[in-house]
Design a protein around this ligand. Structure first.
Ligand code: NAD
Ligand code: UDP
Length: 319
Protein backbone atom coordinates (compact mmCIF):
# COMPACT_ATOMS: atom_id res chain seq x y z
CA UNK A 1 0.00 0.00 0.00
CA UNK A 2 0.98 3.63 -0.51
CA UNK A 3 0.05 5.21 2.83
CA UNK A 4 -0.38 8.90 3.72
CA UNK A 5 0.01 9.56 7.45
CA UNK A 6 -0.51 12.88 9.25
CA UNK A 7 1.26 13.41 12.58
CA UNK A 8 4.16 11.24 11.37
CA UNK A 9 6.77 13.02 13.51
CA UNK A 10 4.80 12.35 16.68
CA UNK A 11 5.01 9.49 19.15
CA UNK A 12 2.39 7.22 17.56
CA UNK A 13 2.98 8.41 13.99
CA UNK A 14 6.65 7.46 14.05
CA UNK A 15 5.90 3.96 15.39
CA UNK A 16 3.13 3.47 12.83
CA UNK A 17 5.55 4.50 10.08
CA UNK A 18 8.03 1.88 11.31
CA UNK A 19 5.38 -0.84 11.25
CA UNK A 20 4.08 0.03 7.78
CA UNK A 21 7.61 0.12 6.37
CA UNK A 22 8.46 -3.20 8.05
CA UNK A 23 5.39 -4.73 6.38
CA UNK A 24 6.69 -3.57 2.97
CA UNK A 25 4.40 -0.56 2.44
CA UNK A 26 5.37 2.93 1.27
CA UNK A 27 4.77 5.82 3.73
CA UNK A 28 4.32 9.50 2.96
CA UNK A 29 4.49 11.17 6.37
CA UNK A 30 3.29 14.69 7.06
CA UNK A 31 3.76 16.92 10.10
CA UNK A 32 4.15 20.59 11.05
CA UNK A 33 6.16 19.81 14.25
CA UNK A 34 3.77 21.69 16.56
CA UNK A 35 4.21 18.95 19.19
CA UNK A 36 6.24 16.40 17.19
CA UNK A 37 9.93 15.92 16.92
CA UNK A 38 12.32 15.58 13.98
CA UNK A 39 14.39 13.10 16.02
CA UNK A 40 11.53 10.60 15.83
CA UNK A 41 12.11 10.28 12.08
CA UNK A 42 15.89 10.47 11.83
CA UNK A 43 16.21 6.69 11.46
CA UNK A 44 13.89 6.80 8.41
CA UNK A 45 15.67 9.49 6.42
CA UNK A 46 17.53 6.97 4.24
CA UNK A 47 14.60 4.61 3.80
CA UNK A 48 13.60 4.80 0.12
CA UNK A 49 10.01 3.86 0.98
CA UNK A 50 9.60 6.84 3.32
CA UNK A 51 8.94 10.43 2.22
CA UNK A 52 8.37 13.35 4.56
CA UNK A 53 6.34 16.48 3.84
CA UNK A 54 6.40 19.42 6.24
CA UNK A 55 2.87 20.79 6.09
CA UNK A 56 -0.05 21.85 8.27
CA UNK A 57 -2.96 19.43 7.88
CA UNK A 58 -5.43 22.30 8.20
CA UNK A 59 -4.16 23.73 4.87
CA UNK A 60 -5.17 22.16 1.52
CA UNK A 61 -3.25 18.96 0.79
CA UNK A 62 -2.05 17.75 -2.59
CA UNK A 63 -0.11 14.53 -2.99
CA UNK A 64 1.26 13.27 -6.29
CA UNK A 65 0.36 9.71 -7.28
CA UNK A 66 -2.33 7.31 -6.12
CA UNK A 67 -2.80 6.63 -2.40
CA UNK A 68 -4.22 3.42 -0.95
CA UNK A 69 -4.70 4.61 2.64
CA UNK A 70 -4.92 7.90 4.54
CA UNK A 71 -4.47 7.97 8.34
CA UNK A 72 -5.18 11.16 10.28
CA UNK A 73 -3.11 11.29 13.49
CA UNK A 74 -2.12 14.98 13.53
CA UNK A 75 -3.31 16.67 16.73
CA UNK A 76 -1.82 17.86 20.00
CA UNK A 77 -2.48 15.06 22.50
CA UNK A 78 -1.46 16.09 26.03
CA UNK A 79 -4.12 17.56 28.36
CA UNK A 80 -1.59 19.23 30.66
CA UNK A 81 -1.91 23.05 30.79
CA UNK A 82 1.48 23.20 32.55
CA UNK A 83 3.21 22.27 29.26
CA UNK A 84 3.42 24.57 26.22
CA UNK A 85 2.74 21.42 24.17
CA UNK A 86 -0.51 20.62 26.03
CA UNK A 87 -3.67 21.19 24.02
CA UNK A 88 -5.11 23.66 26.57
CA UNK A 89 -2.33 25.97 25.32
CA UNK A 90 -3.08 25.16 21.67
CA UNK A 91 -6.88 25.31 21.75
CA UNK A 92 -7.61 26.71 18.30
CA UNK A 93 -4.84 24.63 16.69
CA UNK A 94 -6.37 21.51 18.26
CA UNK A 95 -9.91 22.32 17.12
CA UNK A 96 -8.63 23.04 13.60
CA UNK A 97 -6.61 19.81 13.39
CA UNK A 98 -9.75 17.89 14.39
CA UNK A 99 -12.08 19.73 12.00
CA UNK A 100 -10.37 21.30 8.95
CA UNK A 101 -7.68 18.63 9.17
CA UNK A 102 -10.27 15.87 9.18
CA UNK A 103 -12.10 17.42 6.18
CA UNK A 104 -8.82 17.68 4.25
CA UNK A 105 -7.72 14.12 4.96
CA UNK A 106 -11.19 12.67 4.28
CA UNK A 107 -11.29 14.51 0.94
CA UNK A 108 -7.84 13.18 0.10
CA UNK A 109 -9.01 9.62 0.85
CA UNK A 110 -12.18 10.13 -1.21
CA UNK A 111 -10.32 11.54 -4.24
CA UNK A 112 -7.99 8.51 -4.13
CA UNK A 113 -10.72 5.97 -3.31
CA UNK A 114 -8.39 5.08 -0.45
CA UNK A 115 -9.08 3.65 2.99
CA UNK A 116 -9.31 6.29 5.72
CA UNK A 117 -8.51 5.78 9.40
CA UNK A 118 -9.14 8.41 12.06
CA UNK A 119 -7.23 8.49 15.36
CA UNK A 120 -9.95 9.09 17.92
CA UNK A 121 -9.62 8.72 21.67
CA UNK A 122 -11.06 7.44 24.92
CA UNK A 123 -11.64 11.15 25.65
CA UNK A 124 -14.84 10.92 23.56
CA UNK A 125 -16.21 9.20 26.70
CA UNK A 126 -15.17 12.22 28.82
CA UNK A 127 -15.30 11.61 32.59
CA UNK A 128 -17.24 8.39 32.08
CA UNK A 129 -20.32 7.38 34.04
CA UNK A 130 -20.10 3.83 32.66
CA UNK A 131 -17.20 1.56 33.50
CA UNK A 132 -15.47 -0.06 31.68
CA UNK A 133 -16.18 1.88 28.49
CA UNK A 134 -17.72 0.04 25.55
CA UNK A 135 -18.04 1.63 22.12
CA UNK A 136 -21.81 1.85 22.71
CA UNK A 137 -21.33 4.43 25.50
CA UNK A 138 -22.13 8.00 24.35
CA UNK A 139 -19.87 9.70 26.87
CA UNK A 140 -19.98 12.44 29.49
CA UNK A 141 -18.18 15.46 28.06
CA UNK A 142 -18.19 19.10 29.12
CA UNK A 143 -18.51 21.01 25.80
CA UNK A 144 -16.86 24.15 27.20
CA UNK A 145 -14.53 22.58 29.78
CA UNK A 146 -10.71 22.72 29.87
CA UNK A 147 -10.46 19.57 27.73
CA UNK A 148 -13.24 20.54 25.35
CA UNK A 149 -10.98 21.71 22.50
CA UNK A 150 -9.67 18.15 22.24
CA UNK A 151 -12.70 16.07 23.20
CA UNK A 152 -15.13 17.96 20.99
CA UNK A 153 -12.72 18.04 18.03
CA UNK A 154 -12.43 14.25 18.25
CA UNK A 155 -16.20 13.83 18.60
CA UNK A 156 -16.77 16.13 15.62
CA UNK A 157 -14.19 14.19 13.60
CA UNK A 158 -15.93 10.92 14.39
CA UNK A 159 -19.25 12.40 13.22
CA UNK A 160 -17.60 13.74 10.05
CA UNK A 161 -15.95 10.40 9.36
CA UNK A 162 -19.29 8.58 9.69
CA UNK A 163 -20.94 11.22 7.45
CA UNK A 164 -18.36 10.57 4.68
CA UNK A 165 -18.86 6.82 5.10
CA UNK A 166 -22.65 7.05 4.99
CA UNK A 167 -23.22 9.79 2.42
CA UNK A 168 -20.14 9.59 0.16
CA UNK A 169 -19.19 5.92 0.46
CA UNK A 170 -15.67 6.69 1.77
CA UNK A 171 -14.06 3.53 3.15
CA UNK A 172 -13.57 4.76 6.73
CA UNK A 173 -12.37 3.39 10.08
CA UNK A 174 -12.27 4.93 13.57
CA UNK A 175 -9.92 3.81 16.34
CA UNK A 176 -10.62 4.99 19.90
CA UNK A 177 -7.14 4.97 21.44
CA UNK A 178 -6.76 4.61 25.23
CA UNK A 179 -3.64 5.91 27.07
CA UNK A 180 -0.62 4.60 25.21
CA UNK A 181 3.02 4.89 26.23
CA UNK A 182 6.48 3.95 25.01
CA UNK A 183 9.73 5.28 23.55
CA UNK A 184 9.59 8.59 21.62
CA UNK A 185 6.98 10.25 23.84
CA UNK A 186 7.88 13.89 24.23
CA UNK A 187 9.66 14.36 27.58
CA UNK A 188 8.09 17.75 28.20
CA UNK A 189 4.50 17.38 26.99
CA UNK A 190 3.25 16.91 30.56
CA UNK A 191 1.62 13.49 30.16
CA UNK A 192 1.96 11.16 33.13
CA UNK A 193 4.36 8.62 31.61
CA UNK A 194 7.20 10.92 30.43
CA UNK A 195 6.77 13.24 33.44
CA UNK A 196 6.88 10.40 35.99
CA UNK A 197 9.82 8.65 34.35
CA UNK A 198 11.84 11.84 33.98
CA UNK A 199 11.30 12.78 37.64
CA UNK A 200 12.07 9.25 38.82
CA UNK A 201 15.27 9.03 36.75
CA UNK A 202 16.42 12.37 38.14
CA UNK A 203 15.78 11.17 41.71
CA UNK A 204 12.98 13.69 42.27
CA UNK A 205 9.58 13.08 43.89
CA UNK A 206 6.91 12.21 41.34
CA UNK A 207 4.19 14.87 41.00
CA UNK A 208 0.73 13.44 41.65
CA UNK A 209 -2.27 15.62 40.81
CA UNK A 210 -5.06 15.14 43.36
CA UNK A 211 -4.86 12.04 45.56
CA UNK A 212 -3.72 9.68 42.80
CA UNK A 213 -6.82 7.51 43.19
CA UNK A 214 -7.93 8.32 39.62
CA UNK A 215 -7.31 5.37 37.30
CA UNK A 216 -5.96 4.80 33.80
CA UNK A 217 -5.25 1.70 31.70
CA UNK A 218 -1.91 2.02 29.94
CA UNK A 219 -1.15 0.23 26.66
CA UNK A 220 2.35 -0.33 25.26
CA UNK A 221 2.85 1.30 21.86
CA UNK A 222 3.70 -1.90 19.92
CA UNK A 223 0.39 -3.44 21.00
CA UNK A 224 -1.54 -0.34 19.97
CA UNK A 225 0.18 -0.20 16.58
CA UNK A 226 -0.69 -3.84 15.96
CA UNK A 227 -4.36 -3.15 16.75
CA UNK A 228 -4.41 -0.16 14.37
CA UNK A 229 -2.71 -2.18 11.64
CA UNK A 230 -5.35 -4.90 11.96
CA UNK A 231 -8.18 -2.34 11.95
CA UNK A 232 -6.82 -0.70 8.78
CA UNK A 233 -6.80 -4.08 7.01
CA UNK A 234 -10.30 -4.96 8.29
CA UNK A 235 -13.65 -3.88 6.86
CA UNK A 236 -14.93 -2.49 10.17
CA UNK A 237 -16.49 0.97 9.88
CA UNK A 238 -17.82 1.42 13.42
CA UNK A 239 -15.46 2.74 16.14
CA UNK A 240 -13.20 0.18 17.85
CA UNK A 241 -11.54 0.65 21.27
CA UNK A 242 -7.84 -0.23 21.29
CA UNK A 243 -6.16 -0.19 24.69
CA UNK A 244 -4.96 -2.37 27.52
CA UNK A 245 -7.72 -3.24 30.01
CA UNK A 246 -5.30 -3.56 32.95
CA UNK A 247 -6.45 -0.68 35.15
CA UNK A 248 -4.25 0.97 37.76
CA UNK A 249 -4.54 3.99 40.03
CA UNK A 250 -2.16 6.81 39.11
CA UNK A 251 -0.56 6.47 42.56
CA UNK A 252 0.17 2.76 42.07
CA UNK A 253 1.45 3.52 38.60
CA UNK A 254 3.86 6.14 39.97
CA UNK A 255 5.00 3.70 42.69
CA UNK A 256 5.74 1.12 40.01
CA UNK A 257 7.88 3.63 38.10
CA UNK A 258 9.75 4.56 41.28
CA UNK A 259 10.36 0.87 41.96
CA UNK A 260 11.60 0.14 38.42
CA UNK A 261 13.95 3.13 38.42
CA UNK A 262 15.12 2.68 42.03
CA UNK A 263 13.84 6.15 42.92
CA UNK A 264 13.42 6.62 46.69
CA UNK A 265 12.20 10.24 46.59
CA UNK A 266 8.51 9.24 46.82
CA UNK A 267 5.64 11.47 45.72
CA UNK A 268 4.96 15.17 45.56
CA UNK A 269 1.20 15.47 46.07
CA UNK A 270 -0.41 18.49 44.46
CA UNK A 271 -3.96 18.21 45.81
CA UNK A 272 -5.01 21.62 44.51
CA UNK A 273 -3.54 20.96 41.11
CA UNK A 274 -6.03 18.23 40.23
CA UNK A 275 -6.56 18.87 36.58
CA UNK A 276 -10.02 20.26 36.01
CA UNK A 277 -12.44 17.71 34.50
CA UNK A 278 -9.77 14.98 34.89
CA UNK A 279 -11.55 11.67 34.15
CA UNK A 280 -11.75 9.65 37.38
CA UNK A 281 -11.78 6.15 35.91
CA UNK A 282 -10.83 4.81 32.53
CA UNK A 283 -10.64 1.26 31.23
CA UNK A 284 -11.43 0.00 27.74
CA UNK A 285 -13.80 -2.85 27.06
CA UNK A 286 -11.94 -4.51 24.18
CA UNK A 287 -14.50 -7.23 23.33
CA UNK A 288 -15.04 -5.77 19.85
CA UNK A 289 -11.30 -5.63 19.07
CA UNK A 290 -10.94 -9.24 20.23
CA UNK A 291 -13.89 -10.42 18.17
CA UNK A 292 -13.43 -8.36 14.99
CA UNK A 293 -9.65 -8.08 14.80
CA UNK A 294 -8.44 -11.07 16.83
CA UNK A 295 -6.44 -8.50 18.79
CA UNK A 296 -5.46 -8.17 22.40
CA UNK A 297 -2.44 -6.58 24.12
CA UNK A 298 0.58 -8.78 24.83
CA UNK A 299 3.08 -6.51 26.61
CA UNK A 300 2.56 -6.19 30.37
CA UNK A 301 3.21 -2.98 32.32
CA UNK A 302 6.54 -4.02 33.86
CA UNK A 303 7.95 -5.06 30.49
CA UNK A 304 6.61 -2.00 28.65
CA UNK A 305 7.73 0.42 31.34
CA UNK A 306 11.20 -1.15 31.44
CA UNK A 307 11.59 -0.62 27.69
CA UNK A 308 10.33 2.96 28.01
CA UNK A 309 12.60 3.74 30.95
CA UNK A 310 15.60 2.43 28.96
CA UNK A 311 14.71 4.83 26.13
CA UNK A 312 14.42 7.87 28.43
CA UNK A 313 17.63 6.95 30.25
CA UNK A 314 19.44 7.01 26.95
CA UNK A 315 17.79 10.29 25.95
CA UNK A 316 18.74 11.93 29.26
CA UNK A 317 22.29 10.53 29.07
CA UNK A 318 21.85 8.56 32.32
CA UNK A 319 24.01 5.41 32.65
P1 NAD B 1 2.15 13.58 19.46
O1 NAD B 1 1.98 14.97 19.93
O2 NAD B 1 3.43 12.89 19.74
O3 NAD B 1 1.90 13.50 17.89
C1 NAD B 1 0.99 14.33 17.20
C2 NAD B 1 1.68 14.83 15.94
O4 NAD B 1 0.77 15.62 15.17
C3 NAD B 1 2.88 15.74 16.26
O5 NAD B 1 4.02 15.30 15.56
C4 NAD B 1 2.42 17.12 15.81
O6 NAD B 1 3.49 17.94 15.42
C5 NAD B 1 1.46 16.75 14.68
N1 NAD B 1 0.49 17.80 14.39
C6 NAD B 1 -0.37 18.41 15.25
N2 NAD B 1 -1.10 19.33 14.61
C7 NAD B 1 -0.71 19.30 13.30
C8 NAD B 1 -1.10 20.02 12.15
N3 NAD B 1 -2.03 20.98 12.18
N4 NAD B 1 -0.52 19.71 10.96
C9 NAD B 1 0.44 18.74 10.89
N5 NAD B 1 0.86 18.04 11.97
C10 NAD B 1 0.29 18.33 13.17
O7 NAD B 1 0.91 12.75 20.06
P2 NAD B 1 0.59 11.19 19.94
O8 NAD B 1 0.47 10.66 21.31
O9 NAD B 1 1.50 10.52 18.97
O10 NAD B 1 -0.88 11.26 19.33
C11 NAD B 1 -1.11 11.01 17.95
C12 NAD B 1 -2.62 10.96 17.70
O11 NAD B 1 -3.20 9.90 18.46
C13 NAD B 1 -3.36 12.24 18.09
O12 NAD B 1 -4.38 12.48 17.14
C14 NAD B 1 -3.96 11.89 19.43
O13 NAD B 1 -5.13 12.63 19.66
C15 NAD B 1 -4.25 10.42 19.26
N6 NAD B 1 -4.31 9.73 20.57
C16 NAD B 1 -3.16 9.44 21.25
C17 NAD B 1 -3.24 8.81 22.49
C18 NAD B 1 -2.01 8.42 23.27
O14 NAD B 1 -2.15 7.86 24.37
N7 NAD B 1 -0.81 8.64 22.78
C19 NAD B 1 -4.50 8.49 23.03
C20 NAD B 1 -5.64 8.83 22.31
C21 NAD B 1 -5.53 9.42 21.06
N1 UDP C 1 -1.02 13.17 36.19
C1 UDP C 1 -0.34 13.39 37.38
N2 UDP C 1 0.87 14.04 37.35
C2 UDP C 1 1.44 14.46 36.16
C3 UDP C 1 0.74 14.22 34.95
C4 UDP C 1 -0.47 13.57 35.01
O1 UDP C 1 -0.81 13.03 38.47
O2 UDP C 1 2.54 15.04 36.20
C5 UDP C 1 -2.30 12.46 36.22
C6 UDP C 1 -3.43 13.23 35.55
O3 UDP C 1 -4.07 14.08 36.48
C7 UDP C 1 -4.33 12.11 35.05
C8 UDP C 1 -3.38 10.94 34.79
O4 UDP C 1 -2.17 11.26 35.48
O5 UDP C 1 -5.23 11.74 36.06
C9 UDP C 1 -3.07 10.71 33.33
O6 UDP C 1 -2.69 11.93 32.76
P1 UDP C 1 -2.17 12.07 31.26
O7 UDP C 1 -1.88 13.51 31.05
O8 UDP C 1 -1.07 11.12 30.99
O9 UDP C 1 -3.38 11.62 30.31
P2 UDP C 1 -4.98 11.69 30.35
O10 UDP C 1 -5.40 10.29 30.50
O11 UDP C 1 -5.45 12.54 31.49
O12 UDP C 1 -5.34 12.27 29.02
Amino acid sequence: MRIFLTGAAGFLGSHLSDRFLAEGHEVIGMDNFVTGNRENLVHLVRNKNFTFIRHDVTEAITVRGKLDAVLHFASPASPNPASPFGYPNLPVETLKAGSLGTFNTLDLARENQARFLFASTSEVYGDPLEHPQTEAYWGHVNPIGPRSMYDEAKRFSEALTMAYFQSKGTDTRIVRIFNTYGPRMRLDDGRAVPSFIQQALCGEPVTIYGDGEQTRSFCYVDDLVDGIYRLLLSDEHQPVNIGNPTETSILDFAKMINHLTGNTAGMDYQPDKRLDNDPQRRRPDISRARLLLGWEPRVDLVDGLSRTIAFFKDKLGIK
